[in-house]
Design a protein around this ligand. Structure first.
Ligand code: ADP
Ligand code: MG
Length: 327
């Protein structure tokens, strides 16, 4: 559906997008995840033809966004980070206006299209209100309704839930899931839980570079590695049973530094397992007493933080004074 090849965008001496190559397959919901300033909006603006890239290419459904912009843009519905709403229009007037921009002709066709997208985004009862009088959640729905006019194959939503209250967030997420049933959706967010609850695939970007692209499950599995269970055990004899627990990937037993005369056991196993009970029973079987037990699991949140942690201090913006000093 979307082929992004070696995409680069340079602002002054700052690489906002750095050699990004991504293939987005049809019929799935993709989440663009990254901290603020990672390059999500810049990438989305380039994909939708609102911004020119410094280098690289983007093809939408086979059409090059630069050389075949009309064909490419016909496939796209885009809700930018700042929804382009006209506050003094009613929702209906605005959507009718957007129909005109998207080439839908004839009064009856426009009316039918507005009713269709209004039903899809559940704003039927608010169509005749001025946009400035709508709540933020409803404004966002009007923006999404605008994006899906003309039934585009690809819907791109930049931070669609920012600034909404928890109830509105749940409603917009449900709406996005619904949109994703028949279309390809790309949405961005800096919130992991949001992306992992809605998306089939997560693309994590950091400093304009793609650092991971996979299903939430695989990302969790591949990156999480192992679960570590640490125990402080008081045992006069040998702890032989623990090492034979099924499913262990490694086992260590060292003298405890915290508790004199005791041992520190470190068990590692796959994150799919929970061997705390087996470990307890094995220690007891060998005549030991557990003084403490602590299981550490890496969550998807930890994986995200690890992947997006800066290698070096990345300035959010390069002040012009500094730029001048270099020259
Ligand atoms: P995100 O949407 O992930 O928060 P952006 O794509 O908005 O990130 O920005 C990526 C980087 O590019 C940021 O460091 C930002 O300051 C910089 N940037 C964005 N737009 C411009 C611009 N028009 N001029 C200069 N720098 C910009
Ligand atoms: Mg942004």
């Amino acid at each position: 559906m979307v082929e992004i090849r070696n995409l680069t965008k340079i602002y002054g001496n700052h690489r906002a997008v750095d050699d990004l190559t991504i293939t987005v397959e049809s019929g799935q919901i993709y989440g663009f995840l990254g901290p603020n300033g990672a390059g999500k909006s810049t990438t989305m603006n380039i994909i939708t033809g609102c911004l020119a890239a410094t280098e690289g290419s983007v093809r939408i459904n086979g059409f090059d966004i630069l050389t075949q912009p009309k064909e490419a843009k016909k496939c796209i519905g885009y809700l930018p980070e700042q929804p382009p709403l006209y506050f003094d229009m009613t929702a209906r007037e605005y959507l009718e206006f957007a129909c005109g921009l998207k080439g839908i002709k004839g009064k009856a066709n426009v009316k039918a299209e507005v009713e269709k997208v209004a039903a899809m985004t559940q704003i039927e009862d608010h169509l005749d209100r001025l946009i400035k009088h709508l709540s933020k959640g409803y404004k966002q729905r009007v923006g999404i309704a605008m994006a899906v006019i003309g039934d585009p194959k690809l819907v791109i939503l930049d931070e669609p839930t920012v600034g909404l209250d928890p109830k509105q967030i749940i409603e917009i997420r449900d709406l996005i899931r619904k949109l994703g049933e028949q279309r390809t959706v790309i949405l961005s967010s800096h919130i992991l839980s949001e992306i992992s609850s809605v998306c089939d695939k997560i693309m994590i970007i950091r400093g304009g570079k793609l650092v991971a692209c996979d299903t939430p499950e695989n990302l969790g599995r591949a990156m999480v590695g192992e679960t570590t269970l640490s125990m402080t055990v008081d045992c006069p004899g040998k702890l032989t049973s623990v090492s034979t627990i099924e499913g262990l990937t490694s086992f260590e037993c060292v003298p405890s530094e915290k508790e004199e005369g005791c041992s520190e056991l470190i068990l590692r196993y796959s994150p799919q397992l929970d061997l705390r009970r087996e470990a307890f029973n094995a220690v007891v079987k060998d005549g030991g007493v557990i003084l403490s037990m602590n299981e550490e699991r890496l969550s998807l949140e930890d994986v995200f933080l690890e992947l997006t942690a800066p290698d070096e201090a990345q300035p959010e913006e390069t002040p012009d004074a500094e730029k001048g000093a270099e020259e």
